[in-house]
Design a protein. Structure first.
Length: 244
């Protein structure tokens, strides 16, 4: 019984069905993953401004070890080829010892595969408090209240993933350029041109950079621009944030 003068509060318990993500052995859900050794297993190693190798972590470790053994003054840097995060590899000891450590490093960062069989579906109950007009709107949606809420949540999740991908792609370009081109002529102007999506200006500035640095920076920029073009509202806000 509601007393006079009190605002009515409406409560309900909604059964939300959670569809668990199906994961095949060796595959991920496709959402952005931030880790030191990503599941796409694509890495690149540079010695100063020269690209030495690109491939799996054992491949680049093997190439880096050979270069270091041939020239103890090598300045080797290993990156994830896509998100440009630095990857630390211990090159001390024999080639077999180096590769053994790399193997253990991969095992530590390898995603856990789902077990055999069909994944179970779970149901979670939560109390949700909304205003009457919210319940009226939900009640008019196809499939009922629970289906409408699930749809809204999925839309929000997809939007967040898209924005995260755009942000990660932009960070990858800046991360690589700062590490490998921070002391090269035109770095700051190239960074501004990238965030403005001024492709011609970016190409003109980076044209004078060492070939391997230029080629990789431009490839990262093209990939980022493609993602940003698909997420124009968020990309515009990010460009405004950085291009001043």
């Amino acid at each position: 019984m509601l007393r006079r003068g009190k605002v009515a509060a409406y409560f309900t318990r909604i059964q939300l069905t959670i569809d668990l993500i199906r994961v095949k052995c060796g595959e991920t859900s496709g959402r952005p993953v931030a880790m030191n050794a990503p599941t796409n297993a694509d890495f690149i190693v540079f010695d100063k401004h020269q690209k030495i190798a690109r491939g799996s972590l054992p491949d680049v470790a093997r190439a880096a070890k050979r270069r270091l053994d041939a020239d103890s003054n090598s300045a080797l840097l290993v990156f994830d080829a896509h998100d440009s995060r630095r990857i630390e590899i211990d090159l001390h000891g024999t080639m077999e010892q180096v590769l053994a450590r790399v193997h253990m490093q991969e095992l530590r960062t390898k995603p856990t595969a789902a077990g055999p069989g069909r994944p179970k579906l779970g149901v979670v109950a939560r109390e949700v408090t909304l205003l009457p007009r919210h319940w009226d709107w939900l009640g008019r949606q196809p499939g009922g209240t629970s289906a409408a809420i699930r749809h809204l949540v999925e839309q929000a999740l997809r939007g967040n993933d898209s924005r995260a991908l755009a942000h990660q792609a932009m960070e990858s370009v800046e991360r690589f350029m700062l590490s490998m081109a921070g002391d090269l002529p035109g770095y700051e102007e190239a960074s501004r041109a990238f965030y403005r999506s001024d492709k011609q200006r970016f190409a003109a500035i980076t044209k004078t950079w060492p070939k391997d640095i230029r080629d990789h920076a431009q490839a990262l920029a093209r990939a980022a621009w493609s993602i940003m073009a698909a997420n124009k509202p968020e990309a515009a806000r990010e460009k405004t944030k950085y291009s001043h």
